[in-house]
Design a binder for this molecule. Structure first.
Ligand code: C2E
Ligand code: MG
Ligand code: MG
Ligand code: MG
Length: 287
């Protein structure tokens, strides 16, 4: 029933599939509208230094205006499949750069803003021109940007990918391997790609401090990060006891509900220890 004129294969009609397709098309339309109407915003989840509690950056997370509590997962999945993820990524970056620009000069040392980027976008021809452009347009310097990507098989063997990575390095953009331990990355890949940071997935954090296996895994990851010259951050820290355990195991940075959920710009900025800068462009006093 469902095959069209140009199909070379036959499919069997399945009401279940039909429903799924309808749902998919509906979400796709919804997302189109959301992006078109800018019916979304971003929140910032602080990343903290486990040794002194200072905020050293934030991860930017996508939220819907209509329902901030709706997990973006389903829409992101659809965006990924339909290709709308590129547009979404661009919108998130533009919003983030515009919001952070006025404060970036007073960011503490090593302070960075992390955005989640789909591998599809990371290896897109248009990504570099876009970043270059939007950085110039908004005035947000690229050496304050960190890009989080998840492990996927899409992240190998592409010339564009290599070139994009190279360009980012030149511009001082760092790249973090997100949800580390859950996916595809081989050691060879890790070494070759040259990640600046790995982020340990929450699944290895949530059973700490009691679970021996989790502790062993985290210990191994710390060792690995050291060998490869990468910094390491743990996601999903919810308990004091987890923080203590992770610090003891040698983790430098952490993120999680223990510190803060994703919060709006003003609240996030109130947590940052901005540095004073010499300003030569102060207005003259006696004029
Ligand atoms: P992620 O990059 O691993 O982001 C962390 C997710 O874990 C966020 O969920 C965050 O709210 C949640 N989280 C943080 N701390 C804790 C904690 O202590 N406990 C628990 N249980 N959860 C915690 P969120 O915002 O629902 O995002 C889910 C995923 O959607 C993200 O996973 C990321 O892969 C993706 N995502 C979010 N925003 C964007 C975006 O702007 N672009 C793209 N491409 N993906 C995004
Ligand atoms: Mg992330
Ligand atoms: Mg993650
Ligand atoms: Mg995760």
């Amino acid at each position: 029933k469902t095959h069209g004129e140009n199909d070379t294969h036959f499919c069997f009609y399945s009401p279940e599939l039909d429903l799924k397709l309808k749902h998919y098309m509906q979400l796709r339309k919804e997302l189109h509208k959301i992006l078109h109407d800018s019916a979304f915003y971003v929140v910032y989840q602080p990343k903290v230094c486990l040794n002194n509690g200072k905020v050293i950056g934030a991860e930017v997370l996508f939220r819907l205006r209509s329902n901030p509590n709706r997990a973006p997962f389903e829409l992101l999945e659809v965006a990924e499949e339909s290709g709308q993820i590129i547009r979404l990524g661009q919108s998130v970056i533009e919003m983030t750069f515009s919001q952070m620009k006025p404060y970036v000069r007073r960011f503490p040392d090593n302070f960075r803003i992390s955005v989640n980027i789909s591998p599809r976008q990371f290896k897109d021809e248009g990504f570099i021109p876009f970043l270059d452009n939007i950085s110039k347009k908004t005035g947000f310097p690229l050496n304050r940007l960190d890009i989080e990507i998840t492990e996927t098989s899409q992240m190998t063997g592409s010339d564009v990918l290599e070139r994009n990575r190279q360009w980012m390095e030149e511009k001082g953009i760092t790249v973090t391997l997100d949800d580390f331990g859950t996916g595809f990355a081989s050691l060879e890949y890790l070494l070759h790609f040259g990640f600046d940071q790995i982020k340990i997935d929450r699944q290895f954090i949530k059973r700490l401090p009691e679970d021996d296996e989790s502790r062993s895994i985290v210990t191994t990851m710390v060792y690995l990060a050291k060998q490869f010259g990468m910094t390491i951050v743990a996601e999903g820290i919810e308990l004091d006891s987890q923080e203590v355990c992770l610090r003891d195991l040698g983790i430098e940075y952490g993120q999680g509900f223990l510190y803060s959920r994703g919060i709006e710009m003003d609240e996030f900025l109130s947590l940052v220890e901005f540095v004073d800068i010499e300003t030569n462009d102060k207005p003259a006093v006696n004029e």
